[in-house]
Design a protein around this ligand. Structure first.
Ligand code: G
Ligand code: G
Ligand code: MN
Length: 428
């Protein structure tokens, strides 16, 4: 492993050299600066040697990830710089930067601690952003500086001007303001007790409405939020909004539960525990009436770290649901250790049950197995009466789906609740 000595002067020399030869051969270069976030905190937590171990690991990953690099150096205690030759397509640079951030974020062990490092990336390009090494360095510093503000997320800041990138960057920036200007909202889809068909809970689903009325679904903007660094704030917004509106729905004496989806990067972020903790302290919803939905596939990446965060949240009394169950790699042995209260069988199995006996058998077995381990079972994507009846016969606890109720804005959800509460015997 290359020793992680700081070599600022050496790097500047290399960069000058590369700029000169790029100039002669009429080539394009990219200068990438990578900052490891929170190094002082790691130094504090793991000792200085622990911090250095992280730097060494990151340097090794950089080398592996940036195979075409012309030079890689540590240029400051928490910083690396890389020079790569540019091929014509600027999108490739954004893609490889994003991949690099993902590579750097992979959890690993330092001593007996699991660490998942957050990095920020700044990029400048020769000749677009500077004709000299000095100019490129100052552009890249500016680029890195503009990533500051989000403590935990990773960022790609580049000054390349491809339309696609500009659109994504714009969308990322808009998302930041969306949180403030009320263009985000939560829709609520009821979850019903399958024995009585009485509503017991709802799943909060995020929607983003643009000024022109276009509604963007989370499938489209969550990945942008992950890349642009606003996912942390979005998660925080969703949790606080769901708790606040949950209190409103339950006023004065109801006890409907509410669930919020969290994405992979939030689950691996220790900050999630604090977000949940402080949201519960602010809003009066009892923790037992709050559920976090995490997808099965997120757990796989690093079950140990993920389970640790989930356990801490569960210790507060919050429920954990495993979403899209059956689509990830599910080792049955997870049933033993998973810190969860509920599994949500993926829509694909439920939809297929309509005319496929095998899927019905699969769903039946999942229900039985989950029950043996004390887990509550939710079927999502119920779209017809026959499927509902099959699930009831199989002993499934809770149901969700367009046949029962669609996702609704808060006011409609409240109205809907009033309607079913009034109807004697509920639906059926
Ligand atoms: O509601 P819809 O079908 O658009 O949801 C699409 C996907 O987005 C689902 O997988 C859902 O779990 C996810 N999703 C919905 N709301 C949120 C949210 O607030 N945060 C995150 N991370 N994902 C969400
Ligand atoms: O990944 P997750 O399970 O969180 O996704 C929930 C998404 O599924 C929501 O966007 C919701 O709109 C959608 N959904 C809920 N019920 C149904 C249904 O019966 N059919 C279909 N196609 N989608 C559904
Ligand atoms: Mn969900």
């Amino acid at each position: 492993m290359k020793e992680a000595v700081i070599n600022w002067n050496g790097f500047l020399n290399d960069l000058e050299h590369q700029v000169l030869s790029a100039q002669i051969s009429n080539q394009v270069l990219a200068l990438i600066a990578v900052q490891i976030r929170h190094l002082p905190i790691y130094n504090f937590r793991l000792g200085f040697q622990g911090g250095e171990a992280i730097i060494a690991e990151m340097l090794a990953r950089l080398g592996k990830s940036m195979k075409r690099a012309l030079c890689i150096e540590r240029i400051a205690p928490d910083r690396f710089a890389v020079v790569v030759p540019q091929i014509g397509v600027p999108e490739l640079l954004a893609i490889s930067a994003r991949k690099l951030l993902a590579d750097l974020a992979e959890p690993f062990m330092v001593g007996r601690e699991i660490v998942s490092v957050t990095a920020a990336i700044g990029i400048s390009q020769y000749p677009d952003h500077g004709a000299t090494a000095e100019a490129l360095m100052s552009e890249v510093e500016w680029s890195l500086h503009s990533t500051i503000g989000d403590a935990t997320a990773f960022h790609i800041t580049t000054k390349t001007h491809s339309d696609q990138q500009l659109m994504l960057m714009q969308m990322g920036a808009d998302l930041h303001t969306a949180i403030a200007d009320e263009s985000l909202s939560l829709y609520y889809q009821p979850k019903l007790d399958l024995k009585t068909l009485a509503p017991v809970a709802s799943e909060a689903l995020m929607r983003w409405t643009l000024p022109d009325g276009t509604r963007i679904t989370p499938d489209q903007f969550i990945p942008v939020a992950e890349a642009s660094g606003s996912i942390h704030k979005l998660t925080q917004w969703a949790i606080n909004t769901a708790l606040r509106e949950g209190v409103e729905v339950n006023f004065p004496d109801r006890d409907y539960s509410v669930a919020v989806n969290v994405s992979a990067s939030s689950i691996y972020d220790p900050g999630l525990v604090t977000i949940v903790e402080s949201a519960l302290a602010i809003w009066d919803l009892p923790p037992q009436l709050f559920t976090l939905e995490v997808t099965e596939s997120m757990l796989i990446k690093n079950p140990e770290l993920c389970f640790r965060h989930l356990s801490r949240i569960r210790d507060m009394g919050v429920k954990i649901a495993i979403d899209d169950f059956g689509t990830g790699f599910s080792s049955l042995s997870y049933f033993k250790t998973i810190p969860a209260d509920e599994i949500k069988i993926d829509q694909s199995f439920i939809k297929a049950m309509a005319d496929n006996d095998d899927d019905e058998k699969i769903v039946g077995s999942i229900i039985d197995l989950a029950h043996k381990f004390g887990l509550q079972v939710v079927a999502e994507g119920i779209q017809s009466a026959p499927v509902l009846h099959k699930l009831q016969a199989l002993g499934c606890d809770i149901g969700q789906g367009y046949y029962l109720a669609k996702p609704m804005v808060l006011e409609d959800y409240q109205r809907w609740l009033k309607g079913v509460e009034k109807a004697p015997g509920g639906r059926g």
